[in-house]
Design a protein around this ligand. Structure first.
Ligand SMILES: [Zn+2]
Length: 259
C-alpha cells in the first residue's frame, strides 16, 4: 500500500451506522483530538451531519469511567466522487464528535473509548428523513418541474423541509395533493431498502416502491412508520418556496398553511 492510500485509510472513520443503523454504541479508538473540530475515532455509530440531516448527539466514555457528551457530529473532507447522483459527495471521510474543549483534555490519541448515541433522537431523525423522501416524491407527482430546483434541505427531529426555486408558488390544492400522495404511500407500508453502488460502498441508494434516490442518510425500514404527513409552505424570497413536512401519529392539524 502506498503512502497516500495509507494516509487516506488512517484518516477516515469507519461508518458503522451504514450496515448497522440500529447500533447504539461501539468500542472505538481515539485517532485525533482537535479543539476546533472535536474527537475523531477510528469507527463510530454516530451519523455526521450531511444530506440535510442533522448530526447525532451522544457520549464518549473513557476506560476510567468518564462520560463526555458530544452535541454534534461532523464530517471532514474526504475523497470526492464524480458519479451520477453523487457528484461532489465526499466518501472515506474523517468523522468528528464535538465535545467541549475542557472535555477534550480528558482524551488522548490511542485511548480506547465507548461511543454511544442518543437513539431516541436518531430514531426521530430517521423518521424525519424518510418523511423528507416521501415529501420529495409528492412534489415530483404534483409539480414535477420543481424537483429539479431543490436549493436546500434540512432534516431535524420534528420536521423535514425543502427549499425550492419555483416559477409559481405552491397553491393550497398542490399541498393537499402532496398530502394525499403521502398518505397513500405511507398506508401502503412500502418496504425501504438501502443498497450500495457496486463500485463504491459508501455511495448509497434509498429504494422504495420502484423509486431510487441517491442518499447516505438514515431512514426507517417501512413507510408505514412515518404516520401522517402534513405539508406547509412558506415564501422565502422572490421565486423561492419552502415546503415543510411534519409527521407522526398525533394530530398535526394545529399547523396553519400561511406564508
Ligand atoms: Zn435519505
Amino acid at each position: 500500500m502506498d503512502s497516500i492510500q495509507q494516509i487516506t485509510r488512517d484518516r477516515k472513520t469507519e461508518k458503522l451506522y451504514i450496515l448497522s443503523p440500529d447500533l447504539r454504541w461501539a468500542i472505538a479508538t481515539v485517532r485525533e483530538v482537535r479543539p476546533d473540530r472535536g474527537v475523531r475515532l477510528d469507527r463510530t455509530v454516530a451519523y455526521p451531519e450531511g444530506g440535510g440531516q442533522e448530526g447525532d448527539r451522544g457520549t464518549i466514555e473513557t476506560t476510567s469511567g468518564l462520560r463526555l457528551a458530544f452535541d454534534d457530529t461532523q464530517r471532514g473532507p474526504g475523497r470526492v466522487l464524480f458519479m451520477d447522483g453523487f457528484s461532489g459527495v465526499h466518501v472515506d471521510v474523517p468523522i468528528y464528535h464535538r465535545v467541549t474543549p475542557e472535555d477534550a483534555h480528558h482524551l488522548a490519541v490511542g485511548d480506547e473509548v465507548i461511543v454511544s448515541i442518543d437513539m431516541d433522537r436518531r430514531a426521530q431523525l430517521s423518521l424525519s428523513h424518510t418523511a423528507a423522501h416521501i415529501l420529495y416524491l409528492g412534489v415530483k407527482q404534483v409539480r414535477p418541474e420543481a424537483v429539479n430546483w431543490v436549493i436546500g434541505c434540512h432534516i431535524r427531529e420534528d420536521q423535514a423541509r425543502f427549499d425550492l426555486r419555483v416559477d409559481e408558488r405552491f397553491m393550497p390544492d398542490d399541498l393537499a395533493r402532496m398530502e394525499e400522495f403521502a398518505t397513500e404511500f405511507i398506508c401502503a407500508d412500502h418496504t425501504i431498502k438501502i443498497r450500495a453502488h457496486p463500485d463504491e460502498p459508501e455511495a448509497l441508494y434509498w429504494l422504495c416502491n420502484d423509486e431510487v434516490i441517491p442518499c447516505g442518510g438514515t431512514h426507517v425500514s417501512r413507510t408505514g412508520l412515518v404516520g401522517r404527513i402534513r405539508v406547509q409552505r412558506k415564501n422565502i424570497g422572490k421565486g423561492k418556496e419552502r415546503l415543510i413536512a411534519t409527521f407522526g401519529p398525533s394530530d398535526t392539524d394545529r399547523l396553519d398553511r400561511g406564508g
